[in-house]
Design a protein around this ligand. Structure first.
Ligand code: UDP
Length: 244
């Protein structure tokens, strides 16, 4: 497929226009960033692995009646997606305490959160993606109360589906980040990607805290074996695929 105009280049992906205004092309790069892009690097073949994992997970979610932007995957790094108006919120779901939640509270690493936490962050690099309150979202007119209710409901449903799926892979879904957009009929649609870049995934078969990390924390914390961990996630995800 020929690339149209480059519309946007993010930290991990490039978005291109296509000859159909309702369709965009997402290209998955190997570039990795952390700590609001203060740490930069490359993870060999990350783009291919994340494209494949996202493809599998989007298909599973679509089969469970979650509307997603995924149309098809046309090469090992390229996905065709529905053109949406992205809602500038990062929706984070947490099953166990980790990352910024541990840094900002006294919750210990790995503490179970029951019910799961749903948090909204403002998608704005200049401001460092701050945590929002519902009143702030309202004051900033980022989303309506009805849309927030839909985001929360969808996020929790996705969490249940992904938690169960990863459990079957021997992986604990600790937390993850989702992004959503609106289609021309204002329907809320899941967008972006779901991958070890955007999820914390712990290997249930690992014997220690460092070994269990199968996600971008290996890059963030210089734990090594980053490519191998991403590849192991993909292998386990594909092993659960109905095509195998
Ligand atoms: N996350 C993400 N993009 C972001 C911020 C967070 O994909 O810009 C994911 C992150 O990988 C983790 C979850 O959202 O799975 C919660 O991240 P947290 O708030 O703990 O921030 P972190 O400590 O990872 O910066």
């Amino acid at each position: 497929m020929s690339f149209g105009e480059k519309l946007y280049e993010g930290k991990a992906k490039i978005i291109y226009a296509t000859d159909d205004p309702e369709v965009l092309l997402t290209y998955f790069k190997d570039d990795a960033t952390a700590f609001n892009a203060q740490k930069r690097g490359q993870i060999v073949d990350k783009g291919k692995i994340n494209c494949a994992i996202s493809t599998e997970l989007f298909q599973r979610l679509a089969a469970a009646a979650i509307p997603t932007h995924w149309i098809d995957t046309i090469s090992d790094r390229e996905m065709r997606v529905k053109a949406l108006t992205i809602i500038p919120l990062e929706v984070v779901v947490r099953n166990l305490a980790a990352g910024s939640l541990c840094r900002q509270t006294n919750l210990p690493l790995g503490q179970r959160l029951d019910p799961p936490l749903v948090e909204f962050y403002y998608k704005n690099d200049d401001l460092g993606d701050p945590l929002l309150t519902l009143d702030r979202i309202h004051a900033m007119a980022l989303a309506s109360q009805e849309q927030i209710a839909t985001l929360r409901r969808q996020a929790l449903k996705i969490n249940q589906l992904l938690t169960d799926f990863f459990m079957g892979c021997g992986i604990t879904l600790v937390d993850f980040k989702l992004e959503f957009g609106l289609d021309p009929s204002q329907q809320v649609i899941l967008a972006d990607e779901i991958s070890p870049d955007t999820c914390r995934l712990w290997d249930q078969t690992a014997t220690d805290e460092t070994q269990r990390v199968m996600d971008k924390d290996r890059f963030r914390q210089d734990l090594g074996q980053v490519e191998q961990a991403y590849q192991r996630v993909l292998d386990r995800v594909l092993a659960q695929s109905p095509k195998n």
